[in-house]
Design a protein around this ligand. Sequence first.
Ligand SMILES: C[S@@+](CC[C@H](N)C(=O)[O-])C[C@H]1O[C@@H](n2cnc3c(N)ncnc32)[C@H](O)[C@@H]1O
Length: 268
Amino acid sequence: MNANKALWEKGDFTRIAETMRESGEALVGELGITEGLQVLDLGCGDGTTALPAARLGADVLGVDISSNLVAAGNARAQALGLTNCRFQEGDASDLHELGDERFDLVVSIFGAMFAPRPFDVAKEMVRVTRPGGRIVMGNWIPNDPTLVAQILRISSSYSPQPPEGFVSPMTWGVEDEVIERFAAAGVPEDRVSFERDTYAFNHPGAPSELVAEFRSYYGPTMNAFEAAAANGRASDLQAELDTLFTEQNTSNDATSIPATFLRVTVER
Ligand SMILES: C[S@@+](CC[C@H](N)C(=O)[O-])C[C@H]1O[C@@H](n2cnc3c(N)ncnc32)[C@H](O)[C@@H]1O
């Protein structure tokens, strides 16, 4: 079994995606999407960005490695009556089923960053984008003080060392690494730009309830709890995450936690 696929098919990422809908929609609203634009959403999950892009009139293909999320995305598109949005299984490191220069816009928000072999990922994203088209990635930033980087930092301190040769997904949040990967795919540095942006995680209950959602449904956090439990440290991990979520919450009567990410735009 592909470990990358197994990680994301574990649990149910749709539960976390529910908390990210407002930011997904807001980001898509800034991408200048027009009727008939050919859009690929890579690592699309259940459609947090794909569905708003389709509602703006784009012709959207969502590709994700997780069969459960592909099924959830197609069900959401169908429920909304969106015939211009479909989801299929695929691996961002190898998009052989997609033709060259097929898309006007390739979007990957916290998606392709999780695929193995980042140089292959950059090459594939460039290959399927038409000249004059764009690639927009959202990538979490290593050591950033906000939510997701901190969840991953805390989780890794309870988890076994990754195998030799493992490239952390967080390296997609380092500008020099991103430039190097796209340069190797034939895109000069002056066609890659960066800005800091924010996503909010919104949940109707208390921060501890959102931690519970991560513990029960988010593959990387589920794995961290399994590793911590094997060492009798699950309650320490729980306490660290409760503190983190509570400290970062900006809402008085529910949970709203902003998280900073690196927005990468590549002009093909
Ligand atoms: C943090 S989720 C983000 C999902 C979605 N973009 C969103 O904003 O809700 C990461 C997604 O990347 C997908 N993914 C991980 N590795 C992948 C790969 N190699 N190829 C395609 N998708 C992948 C996961 O299945 C998951 O849906």
